[in-house]
Design a protein around this ligand. Structure first.
Ligand code: MG
Length: 234
């Protein structure tokens, strides 16, 4: 794909910014700070309960069944409930701590800076993310990623989430890129890779956990398990 590509679009969460590690570090701090161990909560059970509740709430949010505020408010209430604790005020304090601190964590996937330095000297780089505007800005800032990217497109700003084609069309308009000279790299096969390919982009599927996925022959995307592999294909 080397010759024609001019614009490289990245997803942020779980692709460059190591969401799981950053979230778990914050939950570990919460477990200490709010003395959840003293309340009988095992750290790993707390983390797993949160991750399960959170992904269920995100599914509801994606279906527009709950608002951003409800998502943020209720996920810790539900987590505490799963752990046998009923306390709206504790859930609220934990939620505030999480929202403030998690985006300020700076764990990235291996070789992120090295690969971005390499790509930046050859292509114009952008972000297309389904995350919230404010949180994504903080993440890019705190993990020193800002300087790599010309445009940062968030679903909150556009009003549509990947894989909806409106967000990809919006990204092409904003950056002045043609789809045929663009590649999208992300960890969500459906939302990032196939979504972008349906708009004419090339696609790269980032699969760091090497989850086996049956490939639809209709879509000719590349799969990588480590960001450093981008140097071989771009
Ligand atoms: Mg992602």
């Amino acid at each position: 794909m080397q010759n024609k590509i001019k614009h490289v679009f990245f997803d942020l969460d779980h692709t460059l910014w190591d969401f799981e590690t950053n979230s778990r570090e914050t939950l570990d701090e919460i477990h200490h700070r709010f003395e959840l161990g003293e309340r009988g909560m095992d750290l790993m059970k707390f983390i797993h309960a949160y991750e399960k509740v959170n992904s269920g709430m995100w599914a509801l949010y994606r279906e527009n069944a709950i608002t951003k505020e409800e998502l943020r408010d209720k996920r810790f209430q539900e987590t505490l409930l799963e752990m046998g604790v009923v306390s709206k005020s504790l859930a609220h304090e934990i939620s505030e701590y999480y929202l403030f601190n998690s985006p300020r964590k700076s764990n990235l996937f291996d070789h992120a800076h090295f690969v971005l330095d390499y790509l930046k000297s050859r292509y114009t780089l952008h972000i297309i993310t389904n995350g919230f505007e404010e949180a994504q800005k903080i993440k890019l800032d705190r993990s020193n990623l800002n300087s790599y990217f010309t445009e940062v497109i968030t679903s909150e700003q556009v009003g549509f989430r990947k894989p909806n084609r409106f967000i990809f069309d919006h990204a092409l308009n904003t950056t002045g890129a043609n789809a045929s000279e663009s590649v999208m790299i992300g960890d969500d096969l459906e939302a990032d890779v196939l979504g972008a390919m349906n708009c004419g982009f090339e696609g790269v599927f980032f699969n760091p956990k090497e989850v086996p996925i049956g490939k639809d022959p209709k879509y000719d995307y590349k799969e990588i398990n480590c960001l450093s592999e981008l140097r071989q294909i771009l």
